[in-house]
Ligand binder design. Structure first.
Ligand SMILES: Cc1cc2nc3c(=O)[nH]c(=O)nc-3n(C[C@H](O)[C@H](O)[C@H](O)COP(=O)(O)O)c2cc1C
Length: 335
């Protein structure tokens, strides 16, 4: 049996067990469409689509559909502390279901309402839950999810405390497919994760450094130039460890939350105020506010089959802003 034939590919009806993870503020419709049409599955980040790229969610999903009829997913950040946020997320899920999305990746909270909503829609919807440790996996499974995205200590965005191997060992007996997220930037890493026993891999950073990603060119270049030693974990963006590229700004503000911030981050409600304070102060947030909405252009969506066939991987990397992105071993962001 082929290494690429896994419980993930069978559940989702895709060719390659590779997910392009949701990324705020990097996920754009073209990137999602490109990955799905190449045989993997792209995951829409609704907040990125709406607030960064200025698209109505339904219109954005339809734009993707004009490029590919292959399955796509959507990310659901479950944030129960704010009623407004929760209601908005429920609407996004409803729109996605109406537009035919049947794969959801939940993070941060109890995924039960998403699982129930997806089940009631029919059509064999699948929900995977982002986890960094077994206790979160057990909570996700109690909420009815069908699979787990195991976010390890090399992940871009919010990183977990465990290595890919340690996390696999911790989750392997839970009886659902487990996908490896973190530190994969090339075919070798992808295959290593599959050989470890993972049902697939979710990549983020590697997909920022592509032509299809709508992120700023400077950001792509920063990713391409960075190597593992340039990445630090900071608590100063969201209160939980987040991979960022070490820049003069990061050096200046430090990576640890101060005592007041720590105290606020411990409270159920105050932690959200603190995260808002961090978010409003970050250069990324300022940049996002100043950025004008982008329209999807008629840019041809190039194929990213590189991850499925090694001969093409070279080309995919060569087409990216710089070849070293293929050697990126650890995710990063420029928050
Ligand atoms: C810039 C950035 C933003 C991200 N935003 C999100 C997000 O909004 N929701 C989410 O579930 N995961 C998010 N992630 C995590 C990715 O979906 C994926 O799991 C992770 O990037 C995998 O690690 P890698 O970057 O080393 O490949 C983000 C990652 C990056 C790099």
């Amino acid at each position: 049996m082929s290494l690429l034939d896994t419980p993930l590919t069978r559940q989702l009806g895709i060719e390659v067990p590779l997910i392009c993870g949701a990324m705020y503020p990097c996920s754009n419709a073209e990137l999602v469409a490109a990955v799905s049409s190449a045989g993997g599955i792209g995951v829409v980040q609704p907040l990125s689509m709406i607030y960064v790229y200025g698209q109505d969610l339904r219109q954005g999903l339809r734009l993707i559909r004009r490029t590919t009829d292959k399955p796509i997913g959507m990310n659901v950040l479950i944030e129960r502390s704010s009623k407004f946020y929760l209601e908005r997320m429920r609407r996004y899920v409803d729109v996605a279901i109406e537009e035919g999305v049947r794969f959801f990746v939940t993070s941060l909270g109890n995924p039960r309402w998403v699982v129930d909503r997806v089940a009631s829609a029919g059509g064999g919807g699948i929900v995977y839950h982002d986890v960094t440790e077994r206790k979160w996996a057990e909570k996700g499974l109690a909420g009815g999810v069908h699979g787990l995205i195991a976010v390890n200590d090399r992940a871009g965005g919010h990183a977990g405390p465990r290595s890919a191997q340690a996390l696999y060992d911790e989750l392997a007996d839970l009886g659902v497919p487990v996908v490896c997220a973190g530190g994969i930037g090339d075919e070798t890493g992808f295959l290593a994760a599959l050989r470890m026993g993972y049902a697939g891999a979710q990549l983020g950073t590697r997909f920022i450094a592509t032509n299809e990603c709508g992120a700023h060119e400077d950001y792509k270049q920063a990713i391409v130039r960075a190597d593992e030693a340039d990445i630090v974990l900071t608590e100063r963006v969201t209160g939980v460890p987040l991979s960022v590229i070490r820049t003069p700004y990061v050096e200046r503000i430090g990576t640890k939350a101060g005592p007041i911030a720590r105290w606020m981050l411990r409270g159920r409600r105050t932690k959200h105020w603190m995260r808002t304070i961090y978010a409003l102060g970050s250069p990324r947030s300022r940049a996002a506010r100043e950025r004008r909405p982008q329209r999807i252009t008629g840019r041809p969506v190039r194929v990213l089959r590189g991850f499925t066939r090694s001969s093409r991987l070279e080309r995919s990397c060569a087409d990216s802003p710089g070849p070293s992105s293929c050697a990126l071993r650890r995710g990063g962001s420029t928050s």
